[in-house]
Design a protein around this ligand. Structure first.
Ligand code: FES
Length: 171
């Protein structure tokens, strides 16, 4: 699910303590008046901040919001469409669905809650513990550990800003 771009900037900039007051902001002033001042957009300022915060581990958790740099070496499996990563620290499966679309799901199996036996093939995740498969749609969500043997995995809202993926755990 793609969130509105403006809402994204307004919502997540507040998490990072960035105050956005105009459509463009001056990033820095130069001592040489002949040099051009660098003017960054709100989105560029937010992006630069997130790149810095995710630089060490490829991810940064801020409350209920998770930021992932999908180009970080720890997430290199996401370079390939159709591949996924099981981020056990955050209990999620991150799927590169297409070149431009990432989807994020709970990694808790709806059957009995296993989190680490997933494989993915053509729109379905399969849990090898008892062999049940679950879809990636947004309807008919099967809850974690509810003994469901079918349905779709719980999915979180995401937003991609260049190579920074934002995941909203409250969605
Ligand atoms: S726990 Fe996943 S299929 Fe049973």
């Amino acid at each position: 699910m793609i969130m509105d771009r403006l809402n994204f900037i307004q919502k997540f900039s507040s998490f990072l303590g960035i105050s956005i007051v105009s459509t463009t902001l001056l990033e820095s002033c130069t001592s040489n008046p002949e040099e051009e001042e660098i003017v960054l957009t709100e989105e560029e300022i937010l992006y630069n901040s997130l790149k810095e915060k995710t630089s060490e581990h490829g991810k940064f958790l801020d409350g209920r919001i998770l930021y992932i740099d999908v180009t970080h070496e720890d997430f290199s499996d996401l370079n390939t469409v159709g591949e996924f990563i099981n981020d056990s620290d955050n209990y999620i499966l991150i799927l590169r669905k297409t070149e431009d679309v990432f989807q994020v799901f709970s990694n808790c199996c709806p059957h009995l809650g296993t989190t680490n036996q997933w494989s993915y093939n053509q729109g379905s995740f399969r849990c090898a513990n008892h062999g049940n498969s679950y879809g990636t749609g947004t309807q008919n969500i099967a809850r974690c550990g509810s003994r469901s043997t079918s349905g779709n995995l719980k999915q979180y809202q995401t937003m991609i800003n260049q190579d920074i993926l934002t995941i909203d755990f409250d969605s």
